[in-house]
Design a protein around this ligand. Structure first.
Ligand SMILES: NC(=O)c1ccc[n+]([C@@H]2O[C@H](COP(=O)([O-])OP(=O)(O)OC[C@H]3O[C@@H](n4cnc5c(N)ncnc54)[C@H](O)[C@@H]3O)[C@@H](O)[C@H]2O)c1
Length: 362
């Protein structure tokens, strides 16, 4: 179980991208630029979270340009980050500045069109915030366009890069809780927007695509709409692992908790990823133990780790931590929970045939 990582300098060196890439932001609002202003006086909150300052802090990438259709957002972006190459049209930005990696932080409505445009213009990687888009057809088209142009498509469900979850995955691989059997996620959040974080994270832990879903929505009226709504359900994956989503919890953010349950123990993340506990048998006596998860080697913002991860994905030629397929599956599970409810809470197999189904706000 002892973990050999080598000397710290070596870990720092080996985790850095080999090259330095030209980075861009498209969509200079909260997620692209300003969201950290909302988290002043929160010492448990690992800054930076907005994409622009995360690019500035990350190794292997320089922030060279940005685009927003609103000139006032661009002026604010220049004031905050000192970027001079600013464009109201992302296509002109790509033509003139040739960014390698584009952080795509608009709201969902224009995401598919811009992703496809960027892929066709040959950018190396797109790091697109969640939810991936609104319809399954859009998600399919985004994945196809990036596959065709060889563009890495990475979805910014950045918990997938959060070092506590990386540590938890390593503990599971080391056998600390035995083989993973099920995951239970408590969250009252809407399925397409915030629950995409949970579903992409669970997909990474499970290591197999979702196979079928049963869902319950609190009211038929809500289930009849295309709004982003909370929902409970069961998801069964191709390798037999099950996830249970429980939406009947406190509506405050700290109600968010995830339990990874193995054959002999469990790892629990509580209070919106701020507390991590392991319950497992003592390795010698077998007595039940409860401990805090050991801190990561260098705790820092998952957004910075994610952006460095996208740089390394370019070098590897593939995205493994949160590819477009995880973003699409998160959206598809949310839609299928609602679809199951609409059909009388029955089992619905994936993939859904009707790719025009949609969920979420524009
Ligand atoms: N933790 C997270 O991962 C997290 C947190 C907050 C928001 N988000 C996501 O970020 C996305 C954006 O949310 P927000 O709150 O930042 O919205 P916002 O409205 O503050 O920012 C969106 C920006 O995109 C710009 N824009 C729209 N169309 C454009 C185009 N064609 N080209 C360039 N710019 C364009 C708008 O002018 C605006 O400035 C949402 O999908 C949201 O779910 C993610």
């Amino acid at each position: 179980m002892a973990e050999r990582r080598g000397d710290a300098f070596q870990v720092v060196r080996d985790s850095a991208p080999a090259e330095t890439y030209r980075g861009a932001v498209v969509g200079c609002g909260r997620m692209g630029s300003t969201i950290d202003d909302e988290h002043i006086d929160m010492p448990n909150y690992p800054w930076p979270w907005a994409h622009a300052p995360a690019i500035i802090e990350a190794r292997g990438i320089d922030l060279v340009c940005a685009s927003d259709s609103d000139p006032e957002k661009l002026a604010d972006f220049r004031r905050r980050w000192g970027t001079e190459a600013l464009y109201t049209d992302y296509r002109e930005m790509v033509e003139k500045e040739r960014p390698d990696i584009v952080c795509l932080t608009t709201r969902p409505e224009p995401r598919a069109e811009i992703t496809i445009g960027l892929a066709e213009m040959g950018v190396k990687a797109i790091y697109a915030t969640k939810p991936m888009c609104r319809t399954l057809a859009e998600a399919d088209a985004m994945i196809d366009a990036c596959a065709k142009s060889g563009t890495i498509l990475s979805i910014a469900c950045h918990l997938n890069w959060y070092s506590y979850y990386t540590k938890a995955r390593q503990l599971i691989a080391d056998g600390v809780i035995g083989p993973l059997k099920s995951v239970v996620c408590h969250s009252a959040s809407p399925l397409s927007n915030i629950q995409s974080h949970s579903l992409a994270l669970i997909r990474m832990f499970v290591g197999a695509p979702a196979k079928w879903v049963i869902g319950i929505i609190d009211s038929d009226e809500r289930a009849a709409s295309d709004d982003d709504i909370p929902g409970s359900g069961i998801v069964v994956y191709e390798n037999g692992i099950q996830t249970i989503l429980n939406a009947r919890v406190e509506t405050i953010r700290s109600g968010w908790a995830i339990e990874f349950i193995g054959e002999t123990g469990r790892i629990i993340s509580r209070h919106a990823h701020s507390q991590f506990e392991i319950q497992s048998p003592h390795p010698v006596t077998g007595a039940p133990t409860r401990t805090q998860i050991p801190g990561p080697w260098h705790p820092r913002s998952s957004m910075v780790d994610a952006i460095e991860g996208v740089c390394r994905s370019i070098e590897k030629g593939r995205e493994e931590i949160c590819p477009g397929e995880f973003g699409r599956e998160a959206l598809e599970i949310g839609i299928t929970i609602r679809e199951s409810h609409r059909r009388g809470n029955v089992r619905v197999d994936l993939p859904l045939e009707d790719r025009s189904l949609k969920m979420g706000n524009p």
